[in-house]
Unconditional design. Structure first.
Length: 266
């Protein structure tokens, strides 16, 4: 069943979502060659704890960390580890926060140093596809309208692979609620979008083919062809006319721009 949120509940969710955004901004400021993804995980973990919240992912079905950090051919659900990041790496960071009874869940992809135009386009198109999906997340539309908008832009217009095995989702008192929000599908199909629905929209887009596999760690999802992937995620509340975006990339983008180790001109 779909849980519709009251105005008061939406404000609590906004607080959780914005806390995730601030955590991602702190991570953005710390990314540089030589830093490990485990160090980035600790930064997010401390920030969440200092804000009297808990990390949604830690312990979720046994996931052992605060962040999912997925580098290069890892699409999502990557384990933070002791490997040092280097120039040219594409790093997707996904963070969830639980506070006041509600989850926030947002993700952003960063690149270190100079990257190819091909990778820049992958980042730009994936981020833009998120907003194209959000444009369709209005009262009266259907989940398939969001799905179609993302797939049309990334797959049909740019030739990228849209991951089929993982999808966006309803969000609230649980990290994953109904409905599922795929990044592929047909217009006019699926659950009807109604005012007060809160969903996480999260295109996972591969530079190459759509196929992925589970790494031997049991969690990390990697592209089958070894090519890189990008992932951006916002939490939104369905409204009449225009979705209310509960998370924010503003401070993340500012940190990305201010960090000279990161590529921000994509
Ligand atoms: Mg997420
Ligand atoms: Mg999510």
């Amino acid at each position: 069943m779909i849980h519709y949120k009251s105005k008061a509940e939406i404000e609590l969710m906004r607080e959780s979502s914005l806390l995730v955004s601030e955590a991602l901004a702190l991570v953005a400021a710390a990314i540089k060659p030589g830093v490990t993804t485990m160090q980035l995980d600790k930064i997010a973990e401390e920030f969440i704890r200092d804000n009297k919240a808990t990390a949604s992912f830690k312990g979720y079905h046994g996931f052992p960390f605060t962040c999912c950090i997925s580098v290069n051919d890892a699409v999502v659900h990557g384990f933070p580890n002791e490997d040092e990041l280097k120039n040219g790496d594409l790093i997707s960071v996904d963070v969830g926060v639980f506070k006041n009874g509600f989850h926030g869940d947002s993700a952003y992809t960063f690149a270190i140093g100079e990257i190819s135009d091909e990778l820049k386009q992958l980042m730009r198109v994936t981020k833009d596809s998120l907003y194209k999906g959000i444009e369709k997340a209005v009262h009266g539309n259907r989940v398939g309208d969001i799905a179609y908008a993302i797939q049309d832009y990334t797959e049909r217009q740019h030739g990228y692979g849209v991951v089929r095995d993982l999808v966006g989702h309803g969000l609230g008192r649980s990290l994953h609620e109904e409905p599922q929000v795929p990044n592929f599908g047909k217009r006019g199909t699926g659950a009807k979008l109604k005012e007060g629905m809160t969903i996480a929209i999260e295109p996972m887009i591969n530079l190459g083919a759509k196929d992925v596999f589970h790494d031997e760690d049991g969690w990390t999802i990697r592209t089958a062809d070894g090519k890189p992937a990008a992932h951006y995620e916002h939490d939104i509340c369905v409204q009449k006319g225009k979705a209310d975006i509960l998370s924010s990339f503003t401070s993340i983008e500012a940190a990305e721009k201010a960090n000279t180790n990161l590529c921000s001109d994509y």
